[in-house]
Design a protein around this ligand. Structure first.
Ligand code: ZN
Ligand code: CU
Length: 483
């Protein structure tokens, strides 16, 4: 038998959580064509993976690379950590459909520059992506905040009946054109005035398409319990699956709250469709003027349009240098983004190890000093939290970054190593895998990721991007038929 690529002697971890086994894997064109003892097979490329893990490519279900897939299509920050599929359009903000010209309200300005072309329909965005594809597969949620920016005349109030109708129509159209689901971000100013009913109206459209409602909840701090209840209510009222994005308990006063929120989620899961993801860090990152600095023990400025030289410095130092308060420093620095140390390590570990938690990076690709999660999330889970802290087994850690996100968002034939699945495959060294990105030096490829294939093509060779851009646009697939 003949294949294009054979990966020999690796520990095959299939993504389903089943114990790894030593076997070979064959790739032909864009598919996995065989798994097992392939001694008699021939291939033009043979890779010896003895001592290495062979796993499905990682699926990052929550990231903000909507624009980056077009402007930085090699997306080395993702491929170098083993990510082969990204889901964009999160936290209520997608760059399509977008009618608004000129300066965009924060946080949308963090993912799309003012001078970049706009996509007034999702179909146009999809076309651009397919005409000049990135190295990774890309799906995209449709952001309710973006729809609001398009349709609601005054963002400081709830949508009126006709605005709501136009948002629903626009969402319906975008989901027909390949949007993976809807995302909301009532935490953020452009959507803060949205009522629960307005969010539910969005979820109803997602439900009609059999797609998911993902949310950056209204509150992740003092009112996280209320926000969870609101999210569950949206799901129940719309009969729609709801997904809590980057679950966290922010602010000193809320450290330890995951002991309450996780049982709430578990209980809700028994009655309705609920899911969650999280990032493996105690620090989050978002627009600087989100109010988050009031909950943080430390803030690093990651980007400032007016003071780019301040990127990488502590907000407290900048304020001291200027002789102003933190709030005044924020006002001077914006438009800007920051890294906020707001979580307790115990909560991070409790949320990460919760049986139903999927891993995400929540990365934003902007500025010279991003959060290290942009480059280091998945290796950090497999190195630090799996190997060193021993939060979970290798198989369980991989499951949280492969089959679980694939099943949650309905991405078929990916997230598992199986014959006839797309050949999104990572080969890594389980003993050396680690993030090298730090808060001081955040732009660094991880250690231990040796080969990354997307649709059967090598995109990361362990040292550098190969230049191949085999990524596809992904939409939700029909549930796999069990014959
Ligand atoms: Zn968010
Ligand atoms: Cu996000």
């Amino acid at each position: 038998m003949y294949a294009d690529i054979i990966i020999k002697n690796g520990l095959i971890v299939d993504g389903d959580g089943t114990p790894g086994r030593n076997a070979d894997l064959a790739i032909k064109d864009e598919l996995i064509v065989a798994l097992g003892d392939l001694t008699n097979w021939q291939a033009s490329t043979m890779i010896d993976a003895a001592g290495k893990v062979v796993s499905p490519g990682f699926i990052d279900p929550h990231v903000h690379h909507d624009e980056a897939v077009l402007t930085d299509p090699l997306l080395t920050c993702m491929t170098s950590q083993g990510v082969t599929t990204v889901i964009n359009g999160n936290c209520g903000f997608s760059i399509a459909p977008l009618k608004h010209q000129g300066r965009l309200p924060a946080p949308l300005d963090l993912i799309l520059d003012a001078d970049r072309p706009r996509f007034s329909s999702y179909a146009q965005y999809r076309q651009a992506l397919e005409a000049d594809p990135p190295a990774v597969n890309a799906a995209c949620l449709i952001g309710h905040g973006s729809l609001r920016i398009n349709e609601v005349a005054d963002l400081s109030r709830p949508a009126d009946a006709s605005e709501l109708k136009r948002m629903q129509q626009a969402l319906d159209q975008a989901l027909s054109q390949g949007g993976l689901g809807v995302s909301t971000g009532p935490f953020y100013p452009p959507a803060r005035a949205a009522t629960t009913a307005e969010l539910t109206a969005m979820a109803q459209i997602a439900q009609a398409h059999g797609k998911l409602y993902a949310t950056h909840m209204r509150d992740e701090g003092d009112h996280v319990v209320d926000a969870l209840n609101e999210t569950f209510q949206v799901g129940r009222d719309a009969h729609c699956g709801v997904h809590v994005s980057h679950h966290k308990c922010a602010g000193l006063a809320n450290h330890g709250m995951s002991a309450i929120t996780l049982p709430m989620i578990e209980k809700a899961m028994k009655a309705q469709d609920v899911g969650l993801d999280t990032t493996p860090w105690t620090a989050s990152a978002t627009m600087l003027n989100s109010g988050r600095h009031k909950q943080a023990t430390r803030v690093i400025v990651s980007d400032s349009e007016r003071y780019p030289e301040m990127a990488g410095r502590d907000l407290a130092d900048i304020a001291a240098q200027w002789g102003v308060s933190l709030d005044q420093a924020v006002e001077r620095l914006i438009p800007a983004a920051g890294i906020f140390f707001i979580m307790d390590e115990k909560d991070v570990q409790r949320i990460l190890s919760f049986e139903h938690t999927i891993i995400c990076s929540d990365g934003i690709h902007k500025g010279s000093h991003p959060h290290p999660r942009v480059w280091g999330t998945f290796p950090r889970v497999l190195g630090h939290y799996r190997r060193d802290v021993k939060l979970f087994t290798l198989e369980q850690a991989i499951r949280r970054m492969t089959s679980m996100p694939a099943d949650r968002f309905g991405i078929g034939r990916r997230g598992r190593l199986a014959v006839d699945h797309f050949a999104d495959v990572v080969v890594f060294d389980p003993d050396t895998i680690a993030e090298r990105a730090t808060f001081q030096k955040p732009v660094q490829p991880a250690a231990g990721i040796e080969h990354v294939f997307v649709n059967g093509r090598l995109v990361w060779d362990g040292q550098k991007a190969t230049g191949a851009r085999p990524g596809k646009h992904l939409d939700k697939t029909a549930p796999t038929q069990v014959v």
